[in-house]
Design a protein around this ligand. Structure first.
Ligand SMILES: [Zn+2]
Length: 378
């Protein structure tokens, strides 16, 4: 054992920063997943804000003279400089990077064991399908219910997550000024996201959103087809983000009804997680509007959490509305929406400014009159 006095005398060797290609290689070969055997924690390459699942580059043979396994340096053919080579680095979650270095547990992790772990993990990642090896940037829009610090998925890792941009400040200012400010923030967030995609050469956008509906629809309307998106919904019961789930609500049916009287305003009523009553739209708009209503049988909070249903419903709504837009000359569309966050984003994505006229969005509040209050226009 070295005494504290000895340690302070030793100069800490300078670490060579990883080259960009080495960094990228390390991330892709680890698949963005903790390399410790049995740990499947997904990691983020570099992290913005408060997200905690940033990956740690752990040394198999420690770099500093007093660090774990440093005494094996020569035996394994390394020099102080080459210890920074990717062959000696493993990507790990915070917990496991501490575990292999901790003075009480490091004995259990000699170099041979860790090199083997690294090799096995990288072999597993190599066997992944190409689709799973795509690189993603996360876009986190959580302006309801407080921030998340971890992105936890339900199920297997779909892509290699490189980085995240986020807006997790709780939205509280429901005034005109508040909505305008939020729209500005949406645009800024999306610009940051596009920049990251370019910077990191990513192929996918993973969207994690739980925010007031008008902001989600607006965010959706900003998403261009620069990259394909994977949009997740937050399952409040499990606190996990979900996307695909084969065999979910396949029997889901959507009832469409409409009333056309030749008005200039079209109300679009979407009832998925709750019922949007025609009366509520009348409270907000008066009586001079046409409407089209989309309603799932038995609307409820747990309806459509999964991608298949979201895509299915979104396309039906888009088709229904656009049919009317081709036939009649509306000046305004008023969107009244009770549904999950992921679908709100998809509906926003489906708003084609070349076909749709101005879309007015409303925030629901049970305690106000009218219950649907104007928020913003896209
Ligand atoms: Zn781990």
């Amino acid at each position: 054992m070295t005494s504290t006095a000895d340690i302070s005398k030793k100069t800490k060797p300078q670490r060579r920063p990883l080259r960009k290609v080495e960094d990228a290689y390390l991330w892709v070969s680890c698949g963005g997943v903790c390399s410790f055997e049995g740990c499947n924690k997904r990691l983020i390459e570099s992290h913005s804000g408060d997200l905690t699942n940033a990956g740690i580059k752990a040394h198999i043979i420690g770099h500093a003279e007093t660090s774990a396994r440093h005494e094996y340096m020569e035996e394994y053919g390394y020099t102080q400089e080459t210890l920074e080579d990717v062959s000696n680095l493993m990507l790990m979650c915070y917990y496991h990077s501490k575990l292999i270095d901790d003075e009480h547990t490091q004995e259990q992790y000699p170099p041979d064991r860790l090199f083997k772990m690294k090799e096995d993990h990288e072999k597993k990642v190599t066997s992944w399908a190409d689709d799973k090896k795509k690189k993603s940037i996360a876009l986190i829009h959580k302006r309801l219910g407080g921030p998340i610090s971890d992105i936890e998925y339900d199920g297997e890792t779909p892509y290699i997550l490189l980085d995240a941009v986020e807006d997790q400040t709780v939205f509280e200012d429901f005034t005109d000024k508040g909505w305008k400010e939020a729209v500005k923030r949406n645009i800024e967030l999306y610009e940051k996201f596009l920049q990251k995609i370019k910077e990191k050469d990513a192929n996918i956008g993973e969207v994690f959103a739980l925010s007031p509906i008008p902001l989600l629809i607006h965010l959706g309307s900003l998403l261009t087809d620069t990259v394909p998106y994977s949009i997740y919904q937050f399952n409040r019961e499990t606190q996990l983000w979900v996307s695909d789930n084969p065999g979910s609500n396949k029997d889901l049916s959507l009832t469409v009804s409409q009333e056309i009287k030749g008005n200039l305003d079209l109300a679009v009523l979407i009832s998925i997680s709750g019922l949007v009553k025609l009366k509520s739209a009348e409270e907000t708009l008066g009586n001079d509007f046409d409407f089209i209503s989309f309603e799932v049988d038995d609307p409820g909070l747990k309806r459509i959490l999964y991608r298949e249903d979201v895509v299915n419903i979104q396309s039906k709504i888009k088709e229904g509305v656009e049919k009317l837009l081709q036939k009649y000359d509306y000046e305004k569309i008023h969107l009244f929406y009770a549904g999950p966050a992921g679908l709100a984003i998809e509906i926003g994505r489906g708003i084609n400014p070349n076909i749709w006229c101005e879309v007015y969005l409303y925030q629901y509040n049970n305690r106000t009159n009218p219950k649907y209050q104007y928020a913003l226009t896209i």
